[in-house]
Each structure stands twice: as C-alpha cells, then as structure tokens.
Design a protein around this ligand. Sequence first.
Ligand SMILES: [Zn+2]
Length: 188
Amino acid sequence: MALADATLVLNRNWIPVNVTSVRHALVLMYQTIARAVDPTDYSTHSFWSWADRSILPGHSYVQTTTFRIRCPDIVVLSAYAQIPAQHVAFSRRNIYRRDNYTCQYCGEQPGVSKLSVDHVMPRSRGGPSTWENCVLACLTCNRRKGARTPREAGLQLRSRPRRPLWHPRLLVGMHQRKESWQHFLLRD
Ligand SMILES: [Zn+2]
C-alpha cells in the first residue's frame, strides 16, 4: 500500500530527522509544512508542483479522485523547531544498520547469520572498537582477512566507515530504508 510506504524527513538544514509514512508526508506538503525532494537533482517541490510532475514507470504513486501524485521518497521541512543533537550509540546492532546488512568488502548480503563485525585495523594490533574502525564483513571475507589490514589481505573497503548521522528516531524506519536516502544518511 503506497500510502503506508516510508518517507525520509529532512529538517531545513537537510539533516535527516525522521521517517514517516507517505500519507503523512503528503499531508505535510499539502499544508506547505514540507516540500518534496526529487532524489535525482535535489530540487524541491510544493504539493501542487509535485502533482504536476510526470510519473515514470517504476515510480509509486497515489491515485486521488482527480489526479495522481508520485509518492515522495524524501521531504524537507520548510521550517522546524530545533532538533536536539543526539548521537547514534555505537553498538553491533547499529553497525548492521549502518552497513545495511552488506559486507563492506565484497558487497554481498548473505544474511545476518553469515555476517560479522570486522575491525579494519585488527584488535590484536591495537585497532579500536569505533565507528571508524568497525565494518560488516561476510564470513568469507572475514576469514580471508584474518588479523591483517585490508591492504595486506588484498581487500578493499567499499567506503570509509564513519559515524552515522541518523537521528535515533530514524532507526524506527531503517528496515524500510530506500536507495534514494543513502545520500542523506551517509554524507560527511
Ligand atoms: Zn564479503
């Protein structure tokens, strides 16, 4: 059901602050509290300008009695009270979420039971347990790497690990995470 799909909510500084339903996002747009963000060029659109845009194959949309409107993946709030700064706790579970259940060396998604947390600089060589030094690795890559650095093992990280910028409230919707959100969830 498209109206129940997830929409990422950015504050006016384009920092992710929440995940809501498409239904609520459209209401926010209709009330001019939020504008839709086009994930291809990051242009923003009011409810009516968004409704005027064409719906391409593959886009999900909502059919009203008189028109169709594309489901916004992302909306940006026009104004918003301060969101208190909060850090995402460093934990195994949040590393799985940050890395989207994907091996950071080979890109496979073998399932939770076949993934493990790898210390990029091995613990035995003083590598700390931090956001910047821990990544998900599949068992195959983990075994291949052993107590070596990626370079020594001939492995390459797909991206530099870092602390996620999510507001903890975002975690609620993380299982519904969309490709178009990545830019906002992982940028520097
Ligand atoms: Zn792997």
